[in-house]
Design a protein around this ligand. Structure first.
Ligand SMILES: Nc1ccn([C@@H]2O[C@@H]3COP(=O)(O)O[C@H]3[C@H]2O)c(=O)n1
Length: 256
């Protein structure tokens, strides 16, 4: 029953990128295997389902799974591709007479409130700096380097001896940031490109080659790359280390 479902696996622009006619974007517009909504996941458990992140594709993500409501969302950081759906979620709470519960570190809540000051009308915004329990998962977040974009948070979730982490937006993690990623059954890691050639100072997310090095060190039980840009064709065999796979919309994994 404990399952992880990928609702979105794309980078900030999603795939296809609106301005782009590359092969991957063209494939996404035609056959559609590479269509990627902005990154978020649904965690299903016996007691409570919750999402991580609420980007601008939130509405479409719920429609695609025939979900009419989600009461609880944990947020990794206050960038548009991770919070752009919050006003729609709050409106849905309003129209259904529910109060949503948004969990995030206090500094993320502060940034969200500067952008969407009206959310507390329909959402409780609850700090998770001391950890939180959702769906029976013991959850701890920590700040991770997000390169030119500053910082995001990653989350480690533990229940009944199963440990996994969601780290969608990070790059060049230092030893302290890497520490909570040890001894995982599953690592979900953001990798925007296969090999990103842009100057390092302009970058914000691991590429697959760098991420693979990290995975080789950490040796999680399995690894799923997400947050992929139009650089990535998920039908292509990149020859990644055994145990690494690429996320796709609707991918469902057991968390036990
Ligand atoms: N302060 C910021 C900085 C960036 N952003 C958005 O997050 C995206 C991260 O990837 P990107 O490709 O650099 O584009 C960024 C903005 O859309 C944002 O919403 N707020």
């Amino acid at each position: 029953m404990n399952r992880l479902i990928f609702l979105g696996t794309g980078d900030a622009m999603g795939v296809p990128r609106v301005y782009c006619d590359c092969l991957v974007c063209t494939e996404a517009r035609t056959t559609g295997t590479n269509v990627r909504l902005r990154s978020s996941v649904l965690i299903k458990s016996e007691t409570e389902d919750f999402m991580i992140d609420c980007g601008p594709d939130w509405r479409r993500q719920l429609e695609l799974r025939s979900l009419r409501f989600i009461p609880t969302i944990l947020v990794t950081h206050a960038h548009f591709d991770h919070i752009g759906g919050l006003p729609e979620w709050a409106d849905a709470c309003r129209w259904t007479g529910n109060r949503g519960r948004l969990y995030a570190p206090q500094e993320v809540i502060d940034t969200i409130l500067r952008q969407f000051s009206w959310l507390p009308g329909n959402l409780d915004l609850i700090p998770v700096d001391q950890g939180v329990q959702l769906g029976g998962w013991n959850i701890r977040g920590w700040r991770v380097n997000h390169g030119k974009n500053g910082y995001a948070y990653a989350y480690r979730l533990e229940k009944d001896g199963f440990s996994w982490a969601y780290c969608s937006d990070s790059i060049g993690l230092n030893e302290a940031e890497i520490l909570p990623l040890h001894n995982l059954n599953l690592l979900v890691l953001g990798t925007s490109f296969y090999h990103e050639e842009a100057e390092y100072a302009t970058r914000s997310v691991y590429d697959m080659l760098e991420a693979q090095e990290l995975v080789g060190r950490l040796k999680p039980g399995s690894t799923v790359f997400t947050h992929m840009s139009h650089d990535v064709d998920i039908t292509y065999n990149y020859g990644l280390l055994e145990g690494i796979s690429l996320a796709h919309t609707g991918m469902s994994l057991p968390l036990e």
